[in-house]
Design a protein around this ligand. Structure first.
Ligand code: BF8
Ligand code: SF4
Length: 619
């Protein structure tokens, strides 16, 4: 893969296009104050930077206050991104109708959610119900009283911890606004209080916004099921019209995928000399459409420019989050049409088509037509599609995991199903434990390398992996989402994979779907009869980069699960903050961070952590 990237980069020079490698070099060395989190520009008396000579800002804020405030703002931003994405999806649910662009695909899930929320369901029209659920979901953002509805799903031990610590998440917008207010000039300077609000804000994401996003997306577009697909740049087709969907919110990409299936458009593409229309995904949008349609995945975060560098992409359609503004000038070096669709992600140099629920399908068809018309502009001399692609089996939400486990032992005990076979396998030591590997890739380290090294080592040690986001795509590219990858596993994990008929890494979706991992861990703890802090399950983000990732890490820690990080959070300039994120949170939630930039040392720490949890349980 790295050889392919090198070749694509060489061509980037030919085409006068720069890539992230060039810009990363130009940004090195990074600003030390920013890196350590001790630059404050929260008021215009500053910016203030902490040094040995000037240990306090003009207002008197010290390194701990400044790093703590910056950290809380990061969590607030990450929470807002996931949750606002969920809000958009709730509005789409509110727009559904029997003959509209958007329909309810998973009626059973809608009815179950309505019941969970105490909405009468008997004899109701499904769309009337959808609209009521959407309104109730939207109320989770701004309700003046009460806490997030989904926290009732957590095991009683967790709910008690959150209540005792005063971190039960209230309305999502309130937690974000409180975080911003606390960090305004002249407010909280106590790092511990900032961390406390960080946990609470993040919980409003994990057990609020993200969980809403996942549930409602399943209701709208169907709960994912297991399906086979492929991944890596080799999924781009030389003789087809290639359209890349990139971003996070599937309301847009679902329409693009559906429009590409329209027969007249396929005929139109053939009339223009192409063999057909090839839709592929990037980043989390790729995960969304792969899990629901088997759409193939072109790659993860740091591959977004590579896709355009192939010279074979007629159109790249983006929605929100993790989109390089660099895609606009890069597209201009080729024939690629770069289309933005959301007022949340406006990028100079792009073609802006604001997507609206009422006109979504027509707009998607227009875009596909525009892509087909662009096919003849492709310059064959600029085309280089690396041939690498790997088979992958994707689509393991909790429902599918339970179904597969059920198939093994018939242990189905209630309507929620049971993780008991997994619990038994862990207790028996056939599986030593499980790790959720999530997050991005990051130029600070060799892209994908840490993920891959950690994944390989865990599998060898009989540790099952669930993955989401760009981490799931590393697994795809490495061939680890293939059932055949079982040869890389230890004997115990291999046996489980064969018995349950699963690959050793389970693809659970996009980053917003880390809410599924919360429910999985919660379900395992429930079926085990212990707290989440006790089970040998941890989270790992080896190459994280985004503010969303910091929010995620905090809701995972709040849920009692240790988080192993391969990139340091930007708080190093405060010894108190470093202590709080690695140790202090343990007194509040029972979990914390373990940070190590060396992937081999990090995976050793994970295995030791899992074995220590096993020992504490006496297994
Ligand atoms: O939300 S893993 S680079 S694409 S932030 Fe972004 Fe990171 Fe990828 Fe999805 Ni998640
Ligand atoms: Fe400086 Fe305090 Fe203003 Fe921050 S809030 S910029 S530390 S004076």
């Amino acid at each position: 893969m790295e050889a392919d990237t090198a070749k694509l980069r060489e061509r980037a020079c030919e085409a006068c296009a720069e890539t992230w490698e060039d810009r990363a070099k130009a940004q090195t060395p990074h600003c030390k104050f920013g890196e350590d989190g001790i630059c404050c520009k929260n008021c215009s008396m500053g910016p203030c930077r902490v040094t040995a000579k000037s240990p306090r800002g003009i207002c008197g804020a010290d390194a701990h206050a400044i790093a703590g405030r910056n950290y809380l703002r990061t969590i607030a931003a990450g929470t807002s991104a996931h949750s606002d994405h969920a809000r958009e999806i709730l509005h789409v649910l509110h727009s559904t109708s029997a003959d509209g662009n958007y329909k309810v695909r998973d009626e059973a899930k809608l009815i179950a959610l309505a019941r969970e929320w105490g909405i009468p369901t008997d004899g109701r029209d499904i769309y009337e119900l959808a609209h009521e659920v959407a309104e109730m979901g939207l109320d989770e953002f701004g309700k003046p009283f009460g806490t997030q509805r989904f926290i009732k799903r957590a095991i009683p031990e967790r709910q008690k911890t959150w209540q005792e610590q005063g971190i039960e998440p209230r309305a999502i917008d309130r937690e974000i606004a409180t975080a911003m207010h606390m960090t305004h000039m002249g407010n909280t300077a106590d790092a511990e209080a900032l961390i406390h609000q960080g946990l609470r804000t993040a919980l409003s994401n994990g057990w609020g916004g993200s969980m809403l996003g996942t549930e409602i997306t399943d209701i709208l577009f169907g709960t994912p099921t297991v399906r086979n697909t492929e991944g890596n740049l080799g999924v781009l087709e030389k003789e087809m019209v290639n359209v890349v969907v990139h971003g996070h919110d599937p309301a847009f990409s679902e329409m693009v995928v559906t429009a590409a299936e329209v027969k007249e458009l396929q005929d139109y593409a053939r009339g223009k000399g192409a063999k057909g229309i090839n839709i592929v995904g990037l980043c989390c949008t790729a995960n969304e459409v792969a899990m629901r349609h088997g759409v193939r995945m072109a790659g993860n975060f740091l591959q977004q420019e590579n896709a355009i560098l192939t010279g074979a992409v007629e159109m790249m359609c983006v929605d929100v989050q993790c989109i390089f503004p660099a895609l606009a000038p890069l597209s201009e070096c080729f024939h690629t049409k770069f289309v933005t669709s959301s007022p949340i992600a406006r990028i100079p140099g792009s073609i802006y088509v604001e997507f609206k629920t009422e006109t979504a399908f027509e707009q998607a068809k227009d875009l596909i037509k525009m892509a087909i018309d662009n096919y003849e502009n492709r310059d064959a001399s600029k085309v280089f599609i690396p041939q690498n692609k790997q088979a992958a089996t994707v689509g393991y939400p909790c429902e599918q995991i339970i179904k597969h486990l059920d198939g093994v032992t018939n242990s189905h005990v209630d309507e929620l199903g049971s993780y008991r076979p997994a619990v038994d396998a862990i207790k028996a030591g056939v599986l030593r434990g499980a790790v959720g590997i999530v997050g991005c890739n990051n130029p600070r380290v060799r892209p994908d390398y840490s993920h891959f090294e950690i994944m390989k080592e865990l599998l060898k040690n009989d540790i099952l992996i669930v993955a989401t986001g760009c981490a799931a795509q590393v697994a795809t590219k490495a061939g680890l989402l293939d059932r055949e990858a079982k040869y890389l596993c230890g004997a115990g994990l291999r046996r489980v994979c064969e018995l349950v008929n699963i690959p050793p890494i389970l693809h659970m979706g996009a980053c917003i779907d880390i809410s599924r991992i919360l429910l999985l861990v919660n379900g395992i703890a429930r079926d085990w009869g212990v707290d989440t802090t006790q089970i040998p399950v941890v989270g790992c983000a080896p190459e994280w980069m985004s503010e969303k990732a910091v929010s995620i890490a905090n809701y995972v820690v709040s849920t009692g699960i240790d988080v192993y990080l391969g990139i340091e959070p930007q708080v190093k300039g405060s010894s108190q903050m470093m202590e709080l994120i690695t140790q202090g949170t343990r007194n509040l939630t029972g979990a914390g961070y373990i940070i190590n930039k060396d992937p081999h040392e990090l995976v050793r720490a994970i295995i030791d952590g899992i074995e220590a949890k096993r020992a504490a349980l006496g297994i």
